[in-house]
Ligand binder design. Structure first.
Ligand code: CA
Length: 350
């Protein structure tokens, strides 16, 4: 009698244990699925790429020179995978650049994002300066940091999670930040539009000295060789992104306030050739760096040792620091489609 009772107890105990084992498997599967959703986005519809835990990012930009930074900023604001903690202006006339950022964030309804003024290296008016001719930074409703380099350091050091630094211009700010507080390298990832490995400008078959590298070689060396993970879009991928035809027309005609502000800037940027703004974009290099901050799905990635020579060429060298490089497109049309849908909010392909 006693032995039968004991057997029954043992049998119930194994049933209960089995139940909890199944529950644990379900729980672990759900957690695993959640993290896949966070990083497995990029090529799909906006609804599929939503992440419940956006990645904290800082944009370091030379907006105002080439128009692609303005496209990158507009794209960044449309990516729910990314949580923009700060936009800092870098190289050249950083005050003029900060005005463009501030007015653009106002137009997009995102004055919750602080603006940092980077190291001012020139008084020259930037190409998009006419857009901010009557704009004063003191009217920006959000926060403006006069010392953008310190704001960048503080944002990284105070963040409970690693910050992704998206750099889309020459990087004197980053060189200065690393000098002032080297520990930022242990608390951030670096994603940027830099280098030219096998292709040069316009998709040509030989590399060029890419502008962001060539413009400040020492700063670029300091930034890329710091002990953080580096992910780059060289000209090999970003130099091929241009919008024309139906896709471009959808953007040009969009009523979205951020896209309208973008088009106002593009028309100013086109200057003596305003007809260009009606039919096609320029090359949208910097948009690819924003994409790489949350997805690599559409790119063929290679891990390459890259050394920067004194002329600003980036040379493959197995002895140099290894970097994640987007070396080719799996589908360039899919990226263009993704970019246009994000910017316009369109549900379907164009
Ligand atoms: Ca740029």
């Amino acid at each position: 009698m006693c032995r039968r009772l004991l057997r029954r107890i043992v049998s119930w105990a194994s049933v209960i244990q089995g139940f909890w084992t199944v529950m644990w498997v379900f729980l672990l599967a759900a957690v695993g699925l959640g993290s896949c959703v966070s990083f497995g986005s990029g090529g799909g519809a906006a609804a599929h790429s939503y992440t419940p835990k956006p990645i904290p990012v800082i944009l370091d930009t030379d907006i105002g020179t080439d128009i692609d930074d303005t496209w990158a900023l507009a794209f960044l604001l449309k990516c729910p995978e990314l949580d923009v903690k700060l936009v800092v202006t870098d190289s050249g006339n950083t005050i003029c650049r900060a005005k463009i950022v501030a007015r653009f964030l106002e137009a997009a309804g995102r004055t919750d994002i602080p603006v940092g003024i980077g190291l001012k290296l020139s008084d020259k008016e930037e190409r998009q300066a006419p857009w901010v001719k009557n704009y004063e930074l003191s009217r920006y409703p959000g926060k403006v940091f006069k010392d953008g380099v310190q704001a960048l350091i503080d944002t990284i050091m105070r963040s409970p999670r690693p910050v992704t630094l998206i750099c889309i211009g020459p990087v004197p700010n980053i060189e200065a930040a690393l000098e002032r507080e080297p520990r930022i390298a242990g608390r951030a990832h670096f994603v940027g539009m830099f280098a030219s490995v096998r292709k040069g400008y316009g998709g040509k078959g030989t590399p060029d000295a890419e502008y962001n590298v060539r413009r400040d070689v020492e700063a670029c060396r300091a930034a890329l060789n710091a002990p953080w993970e580096v992910t780059l879009t060289p000209l090999d991928t970003c130099g091929l992104v241009q919008l024309k035809g139906k896709k471009y027309a959808a953007l040009r005609d969009s009523k979205d306030p951020a896209v309208q502000a973008l088009m106002e800037n593009y028309r100013i940027w086109c200057g003596q050739k305003p007809e260009r703004a009606e039919k096609e974009s320029s090359t949208l290099f910097d948009t690819v760096a924003v994409y790489l901050a949350f997805s690599r799905d559409l790119c063929v990635m290679e891990t390459l040792g890259l050394r920067i020579d004194d002329r600003g060429f980036t040379v493959v060298d197995p002895a140099a620091k290894k970097m994640n490089c987007a070396m080719a497109w799996k589908s360039l049309p899919a990226f263009k489609d993704f970019l246009v849908r994000r910017l316009t909010g369109a549900e379907n392909s164009l």
